[in-house]
Design a protein around this ligand. Structure first.
Ligand code: CA
Length: 248
């Protein structure tokens, strides 16, 4: 007999949320989607659990009793399991708040109120262990190098620490370099069919740019207004693609 069990493969999720009813409804939905869920109702407990156990993804509310979500993320990033992907739930929609969450080390964020299906999709996007993109040989543009085998990013020999989403954005931009990748292509590549709001990609690219370009004197990541983004070692003044150049 063929087993009829046909669960999605989920991950182990730590949910840090102080509103117990909300935590219960989020948790039971995630369990119905094949995830296993641990709960913490305050920041300190959450940070301790995240340090004690290996979770595939930590989902933390921003506003929590004790220590807040940003502090939870800082502690995770300073601890033994600093690679754990973290998704932060934020109550506000300001771009600045989102960037604060990402700068604190969140891999992604979701604004309340949200659709539970979207939360599941975002968690899955962080779960994808197989981040080895098609090419296994290192991708290099200028002095920037990404090794899809080890997931190491270096610029001018200096190791750069990137979140899973930044890595995925960087991988597609490097693979397509020096071509322009549209916003829609980037969003689909990272989030699949569950497209985030328009600020999300912008915030992640801001973080990526800070990591790979800001400490260096020459920018490699270029914004092409109303088209998208490209990574190229050539000067930005020639960024606008010429219509005949794409035909070559
Ligand atoms: Ca809260």
């Amino acid at each position: 007999m063929v087993s009829k069990r046909h669960h999605y493969n989920g991950g182990s999720v730590l949910l840090i949320e102080d509103e117990e009813q909300l935590a219960a409804s989020i948790g039971s939905y995630l369990e119905s989607r094949g995830h296993s869920v641990d709960y913490a109702h305050d920041g300190l407990t959450g940070a301790r659990l995240a340090e004690a156990n290996e979770y595939d993804v930590v989902v933390t509310d921003g506003i929590l009793p004790g220590i807040d979500g940003v502090e939870v993320i800082r502690r995770i990033r300073a601890g033994e399991r600093k690679q754990t992907p973290v998704l932060m739930l934020t109550g506000r929609t300001d771009l600045e708040d989102k960037i604060t969450a990402l700068e604190a080390g969140a891999d992604d964020y979701l604004c309340k109120p949200f659709d539970l299906r979207e939360l599941d999709a975002r968690i899955r996007s962080l779960l994808r262990r197989d981040r080895r993109e098609v090419a296994q040989t290192p991708l290099t543009v200028g002095d920037l190098q990404f090794d899809p085998g080890t997931l190491e990013v270096r610029r001018a020999g200096k190791l750069i620490d990137l979140s899973p989403i930044s890595l995925r954005l960087l991988a597609i931009l490097l693979r397509e370099s020096p071509r322009v990748v549209t916003r829609a292509q980037l969003e689909r590549h990272v989030w699949g069919d569950s497209l985030p709001d328009s600020d999300t990609l912008r915030s992640h690219l801001y973080i990526l740019r800070n990591a790979i370009d800001k400490p260096f004197d020459r920018p490699l990541l270029h914004t092409i207004p109303s088209m998208g983004y490209r990574i190229s070692a050539t000067d930005t003044s020639t960024d606008a693609p010429k219509s005949n150049a794409t035909l070559e």
